[in-house]
Write a protein that binds this ligand. Structure first.
Ligand code: FAD
Length: 600
């Protein structure tokens, strides 16, 4: 069943027909590339995924990491599989040729790694977190720090983590208590406890580079007193070899419902007097630097959620095509053979919902990667700034929409397969468990909703908000005179509703209690997310319509018609939900706010 985890036809459609990734080869940075080199990199990603990860996917889930008090034990097959990614140059294919990378656009990198996410699931997290860690140090560290830490991470010798969360500081990082003390020679010693640190200990690499948020003694309270430190597992000698063990200890591993390829650790810093830490940038600006990694990680989380949804969809689709059960209502003949379940309209509803969620979510994530490319390599300064504004605004939606709807898609994959979906003979129950983390880490959905409504919308005189609305308006104009004009009209009405809700809720902040006004912020995020996904679907619909105009061969015609049907499904069954969310937002509905803790 499902030798392949993803639809290559769909990946090619999104890359080349929807987002025209080939046009990037006109930019100087990608001048050595062509569609052929893009496709070759994607093919390599697929080969490594199918050879090294797909065969061990279930074993990784069953054999969770263990800690014997001294060492962490992982399924032995994990290391060679990760090494295969590194050796194939797939760990950071977007980096410069001179740093050993392939200098690929981020949108293509996303597609290259899609096969790895699909087959390796959360094991790929070791690689992606390391990459994001290296990118942060490259952006904000000193040249010496880049040489000492980034280089070995790029070479795959070191891995990296992001160490923010503490027992008393999860969503509220302002309250973190890990302390940095200046020592006599101008260095820092770190003491404190971090929890839930992914990849915080293992023996997959020579060293682990923790990026730790801590408060320098005497720093102001709150987020303005947080600094960022590089705290390695092993100190590194002048010649680059590993020195003595730093004062970072593994206090224990957490047992998770999913994501079992990736260790989740409790780390103690400074039990023996203080772990050596190296300040990144300036004191008290640590959270600002960490946002470099967090923003990247948020897009990564959305992408992982979308791909896990796509993988479950593909698996349950293959199953539904082959599983005979029951007969159509119109058929009264008990002598007739049972039909495959895909013939039942309700099964098609569940498949269509998954398709609408998963392909909508992944297309949004690829759009995010395209904006990240434009931010760096678009021709003019104005275009680069515009892409930055759009990406910054959309980040909470790119993080949270796939994270919320990905698990819903995976739940439907289980439902399509009935009891066979619930047992671990098939991987769909694992996809659900893996994906369920995504609305929690990198800022919960609740936190993303406050970020969107409280910060991103009003920021810079509504610049991001207006820019996103203008992009959507452009697609509406394009679709207005096409076969898809009815969908353009629906999206236009949804945009107007969104604007009314935005004015009403932000207008209320002046006179009402902010906790009341923002008590429906998740409904606002849901509404905005659904409007954005409807827009992304309209864009997919336009691309599919263009495909149909080219008189495709029958298989492609089926593909395009499937896209149009999924778009229609989203517009008919999902988009109308925004009117319910909008009502709660506009009326500043106080039901949750008024509910008293004692009344539960
Ligand atoms: C498997 C796993 C891997 C992780 N990996 C890492 C990692 O590598 N590095 C790292 O630093 N952290 C990591 N985390 C931690 C993760 O980021 C936190 O769990 C997350 O930020 C939530 O914090 P919390 O668990 O303390 O929940 P809390 O902050 O206690 O939140 C509990 C609930 O309260 C809500 N809530 C809290 N504050 C507010 C508020 N102000 N307004 C409205 N609602 C609020 C939340 O939305 C949530 O629903 C990981 C967690 C897990 C489970």
């Amino acid at each position: 069943m499902a030798a392949q985890a993803l639809s290559e036809r769909d990946l090619a459609f999104m890359l080349y027909e929807l987002f025209d990734a080939e046009s990037l080869t006109k930019r100087p940075r990608y001048a050595d590339h062509s569609r052929d080199t893009f496709d070759a990199a994607i093919e390599t990603g697929k080969t490594v995924a199918l050879k090294h990860f797909l065969p061990i996917r279930q074993q990784v889930d069953i054999n969770e990491p263990t800690f014997d008090g001294e060492r962490v034990h992982l399924l032995p097959e994990i290391k060679p599989a990760l090494d295969a990614i590194i050796e194939a140059g797939l760990a950071a294919p977007e980096t410069d040729f001179e740093d050993g990378g392939m200098q690929l656009p981020l949108i293509v990198t996303n597609a290259v790694q899609a096969h790895l996410w699909a087959a390796a699931s959360t094991t790929f997290g070791y690689i992606s977190l390391t990459n994001a860690n290296a990118n942060l140090i490259e952006a904000h560290g000193s040249p010496e720090q880049v040489e000492k830490w980034v280089k070995p991470m790029r070479e795959g010798r070191f891995m990296g983590t992001m160490a923010m969360t503490e027992p008393g500081a999860g969503s509220g990082l302002a309250d973190l208590t890990t302390t940095a003390t200046r020592d006599e020679d101008g260095g820092y010693r770190i003491t404190g406890n971090k929890i839930f640190i992914s990849g915080g200990d293992h023996e997959l690499s020579e060293n682990i580079v923790h990026l730790v948020l801590a408060r320098v003694k005497g720093a102001p309270k709150g987020v303005k007193g947080i600094s960022l430190f590089i705290v390695p597992k092993f100190l590194v000698n002048e010649d680059g070899s590993n020195g003595e063990r730093n004062d970072v200890a593994l206090a224990g591993l957490f047992h998770k419902m999913g994501g079992r390829g990736h260790t989740s650790t409790a780390l103690s810093f400074g039990e023996k007097g203080g772990a050596v830490g190296y300040l990144v940038g300036e004191e008290n600006r640590g959270l600002m630097y960490m946002f470099h990694m967090m923003n990247e990680a948020r897009i990564m989380v959305g992408t992982g959620a979308a791909i896990t949804a796509l993988t479950g969809y593909q698996y349950s689709l293959d199953y539904a095509r082959e599983r005979p059960q029951g007969r159509l209502l119109a058929n009264k003949d008990p002598e007739s053979s049972p039909i495959n379940i895909i013939e039942h309209p309700d099964v098609r509803r569940m498949l269509l919902t998954q398709k609408a969620y998963a392909e909508g979510a992944y297309a949004l994530c690829l759009y995010g990667s395209q904006l990240a490319d434009d931010e760096k390599t678009a021709e003019t300064e104005a275009e680069r700034a515009h892409a930055h504004t759009l990406l910054d605004f959309l980040t909470p939606i790119i993080k949270s929409w796939p994270s919320e709807y990905g698990p819903q898609a995976n739940s439907l994959a289980i439902q399509v397969m009935g009891g066979h979906g619930y047992i671990n003979e098939h991987p769909v129950e694992m996809f659900y468990r893996d994906n369920r983390l995504n609305p929690i880490h990198e800022g919960t959905t609740g936190i993303q909703s406050l970020d969107l409504l409280g910060r991103k919308v009003p920021m810079n005189k509504f610049a991001g908000y207006r820019a996103v609305l203008a992009e959507m308006q452009q697609t509406i104009e394009q679709a207005r005179d096409s076969e898809l004009s009815l969908f353009a009209a629906d999206l236009q009405a949804a945009l107007e509703e969104l604007q009314q809700a935005t004015s009403a809720v932000l207008g209320a902040t002046a006179e009402k209690n902010p906790d009341l006004v923002f008590s429906n912020s998740v409904s606002y995020l849901e509404m905005f997310g659904h409007v954005v996904i409807a827009w992304i679907w309209l864009r997919q619909g336009l691309a599919a319509d263009a495909g149909l105009q080219r008189n495709p061969h029958p298989e492609d015609e089926h593909f395009y018609r499937g896209k149009l049907q999924a778009m229609q499904y989203f517009f008919r069954s999902e988009l109308p939900k925004i009117y319910h969310w909008s009502k709660l937002v506009k009326e500043i509905d106080s039901t949750s706010f008024d509910m008293q803790p004692e009344w539960f």
